[in-house]
Write a protein that binds this ligand. Structure first.
Ligand SMILES: [Zn+2]
Length: 383
């Protein structure tokens, strides 16, 4: 150990501290030379062991393996790299042996780290396979698709039928002012018809639409005849609430304005529509009625599609079911919109979409349509 006292040029990390200074002593002190060789081989063996321990204990990923490799093989900071630097402090006659040993260690280490990297690569791939594994025997997750609301289904069917007859679709509004909802439709402020509809007023001027007929006015103000529209989506509101009435319900308004429009056009058109909705055997009848915005006005009944006209619970024994209100447009209405009522006449109809859905799908309480009970809604898929 005496050599360690005479360190002059080496450093503490050096494998052969003070080698250069000790070279002249070495000639006479064989024991010390042997000790130095021992030191070298011990040092190399230690590094070898450190590498093996590191691989065993500290390398659990490719990144860790890379860090470990750097500690030994980095040309500047690695332990083996440091050994190479010490070459210049070795006596010339010993450099070859020293270099050979260090090179062998270096090659051995490179081989170990290459194997380690392969092993880590394999292990990480395995881990990825495990985490991304797909079990093809697992039952598929059920995707619930749902279906359209019965009222939407009926609205779509009606729009298809009327668009097929050449109608355009106009928008209805949920909020109207007094003029469009009543006055322009020949329902002046003191008219008793206003009592027929219990209106939700938002202010003295604005209200929730009580029927879709305001769409007639909006259309006739913008367009000149010929006019042929159905208005949707048709949400309307009245203060009314029982098994067959809901405070919010849906209508579809139809309006045709052209030369020589008569009740025959109305009957022919409605006949076609009820056959498509309720079946080919369905017929219609018109009963006189009263609406302020049509003259004459009619209620349109359809033959009972449940009993075929013999009389049943659905038709209350009459063989007929009341379906919608219609009529020839009261002259005052197009005149309010600047249309010459001498040249043009019109027909109008309003269909209750909820009522039509209830009749078609056998729903006995209008509330079932708006309670969002999936057990009910799932049963009606008519698309
Ligand atoms: Zn019947």
């Amino acid at each position: 150990m005496g050599l360690f006292f005479s360190v002059k040029y080496g450093n503490e990390n050096s494998i052969f501290p003070g080698r250069a200074a000790g070279s002249q002593r070495r000639q006479g002190i064989c024991g010390i030379l042997m000790q130095e060789d021992m030191e070298m081989s011990d040092r190399l063996a230690n590094i070898r062991q450190e590498i093996l321990d590191g691989i065993k204990e500290r390398a659990n990923s490719r990144a860790e393996a890379f860090e470990l490799r750097k500690q030994f093989l980095d040309s500047k900071t690695g332990k083996i790299g440091q050994l190479m630097k010490e070459m210049k402090s070795i006596a010339p006659e010993e450099r070859a042996g020293f270099g050979k040993s260090v090179n062998e260690l270096k090659e051995w280490a490179q081989q170990r780290f290459m194997e380690l990297d392969e092993k880590m690569k394999e292990r990480e791939l395995q881990r990825r396979y495990e985490s991304e594994r797909i079990d093809v025997t697992m039952p598929a997750r059920n995707v619930e698709t749902g279906n359209l609301h019965p009222v939407t289904q009926i609205r779509n069917q009606l729009m298809d039928i009327f668009v097929g007859m050449g109608f355009e679709v106009a928008q209805t509004r949920e909020i109207e002012n007094d003029y469009y909802n009543f006055e322009a439709l020949n329902i002046p402020k003191d008219h008793p018809a206003r009592d027929m509809q219990d209106t939700f007023y938002l202010s003295p001027e604005f209200l929730l639409a009580t029927q879709t007929s305001a769409a007639q006015i909006h259309t006739m103000e913008k367009k000149k005849p010929p006019i042929k529209i159905v208005a949707a989506p048709g949400k309307v509101f009245r203060s009314d609430d029982d098994a067959t009435h809901s405070p919010m319900f849906h209508q579809m308004e139809g309006l045709v304005v052209d030369r020589k429009i008569t009740l025959c056009d109305l009957k022919g058109m409605l006949e076609l529509f009820v056959k498509k909705i309720f079946g080919e055997d369905t017929t219609t009848r018109l009963r006189p009625s009263y609406f302020p915005f049509t003259e004459p006005s009619v209620e349109v009944d359809v033959s009972c599609f449940s009993c075929g006209g013999k009389g049943c619970k659905l038709c209350k024994g009459t063989g007929w079911i009341e379906l919608l209100g219609a009529g020839i447009v009261n002259k005052k209405v197009p005149e309010n919109c600047g249309i010459d009522s001498e040249q043009y006449s019109g027909l109008a109809f309003g269909i209750g979409l909820d009522r039509t859905a209830m009749l078609k799908y056998g729903i006995n309480n209008v509330k079932l349509l708006f309670e969002s009970d999936l057990r009910v809604l799932r049963q009606i898929d008519d698309n």
